[in-house]
Design a protein around this ligand. Structure first.
Ligand code: NAD
Length: 381
């Protein structure tokens, strides 16, 4: 059994919880789960045992209640009634958003709040933590020597505090995984990589690669392999979910810009001018975002071609499907004692794959390396 704790019971987490239960009961096919049933761990091996949030309207309610409110349709698996959403650490992560939030560090100090969380996690024997909380502005800690001091001084963001607490949990209780599906640099922060190696933990990250970004990565690979010269890339994303609402705030938007646009130079080997980031919030679009992209490039004889892409993409289910793999791969990394991080996993599933210094590659290349690492065979090859 792989016991999972969720951080941030928003749309992605809710799609993950509902989808996973439906998969277990064969109520839906596994489209959108890249490694399907090829892994040694099966869907039925995964169990969500805890969920944390800081939104007052969610704390104390069950994942079932939240799914009934936010998941389309009303066929919600009854098993989600067993997961009650607990209060997490806030550290102002929802500042500036129209959400009433409170974290447990507001009643005691951060250190105590983190120790309390670790005790809860111990009682629930959590193996894998999934971070899908709201995107926050974060700078990496950098040096491991600074990490503890920064936590003591409460000079960390919520993601950094959770990642730190999970590291301590690995040392005090048992090895565990922190899947960082949001843009905060955790798998790209040398301090956390070193910390997880020392504490016997695994961190995957950063920022789940869904929607237009993996498609752009593969298009750029296509153009590179044909030695076409990319002149520029413009990619717009407009959505109506709370993630887009949060990303409308400039300091949060910059986080996505950092993870999304880093693929261009990594794959092409040169910096083509680009605008790739969430562009706006339009509530009626809901979770089905609008994506438009244009890539201009020079072909043989310096003739200019253009690629146009227009798409509507269901945002949250895309990441939820990847999480079904990441949880199982996380447990495999623990079984193999691959502490620190695993680039082969990050390169396929993340926009900015850690550890620092490693590049984003096209998803095609990443897929082949991932299969090799996981020791599974795609029946086509
Ligand atoms: P959401 O706004 O629906 O959910 C985020 C949840 O996190 C909310 O319930 C919020 O209250 C909670 N939260 C905020 N601060 C918290 C804290 N300190 N502790 C615990 N919970 C906290 O957003 P979403 O659409 O579910 O996306 C979640 C995250 O996943 C975002 O950061 C987003 O950038 C990232 N992401 C999403 C996609 C995708 O949807 N395809 C892809 C890549 C990354």
């Amino acid at each position: 059994m792989i016991r999972v704790g969720i951080i941030g019971q928003g749309l992605v987490a809710t799609h993950f919880a509902v989808g996973l239960e439906k998969l277990k009961y064969n109520e839906i096919p596994d489209h959108g789960v890249p490694l399907r049933n090829w892994l040694p761990y099966k869907y039925t091996d995964v169990e969500i045992v805890a969920s944390y949030d800081v939104d007052e309207s969610k704390i104390g309610r069950t994942v079932f209640d939240i799914a009934l409110r936010d998941y389309p349709g009303n066929n919600i698996p009854g098993s989600l009634r067993d997961i009650v959403i607990r209060r997490g650490i806030h550290l102002n992560s929802l500042k500036g958003l129209p959400i009433k939030a409170r974290g447990r560090e507001e009643e005691k100090d951060l250190q105590q709040a983190l120790l309390e969380l670790i005790d809860e996690w111990k009682s629930m024997k959590i193996d894998v933590f999934i971070n899908v909380m709201t995107t926050e502005p974060v700078e990496p800690v950098g040096r491991l020597g600074n990490l503890e001091k920064r936590v003591m001084e409460e000079d960390v963001t919520a993601s950094q505090a959770y990642a730190y607490a999970v590291g301590l949990y690995c040392e005090k209780v048992k090895p565990a995984v922190f899947v960082n599906a949001i843009p905060s640099p955790i798998a790209n922060d040398p301090a956390f990589i070193e910390f997880y190696k020392q504490k016997k933990g695994v961190v995957f990250g950063d920022d789940g690669s869904t929607g237009a970004t993996p498609l752009t990565a593969d298009l750029l690979e296509h153009l590179y392999e044909r030695n076409r010269r990319v002149l520029d890339i413009a990619q717009f994303n407009i959505g109506g979910n709370t993630d887009f609402l949060a990303l409308n705030l400039p300091e949060r938007n910059i986080m996505k810009k950092k993870t999304k646009s880093s693929i261009v130079e990594d794959i092409l080997g040169y910096e083509a001018p680009n605008y790739i980031r969430p562009t706006g919030y339009l509530e009626p679009l809901g979770d089905k975002k609008f994506v438009a992209m244009i890539i201009e490039y020079l072909s043989f004889g310096e003739f200019k071609d253009e690629l146009y892409i227009v798409a509507r993409i269901n945002d949250s289910p895309a990441l939820a499907g990847l999480l079904v793999d990441l949880v199982r791969l996380g447990k495999m990394a623990l079984d193999r004692e691959s502490y620190g991080t695993v680039y082969e996993v990050n390169a396929f599933y993340m926009k900015k794959p850690g550890p620092p210094g490693f590049k984003a590659v096209s998803k095609y290349h990443a897929y082949m390396k991932l299969l090799e690492w996981a020791g599974v065979k795609d029946p086509r090859f």
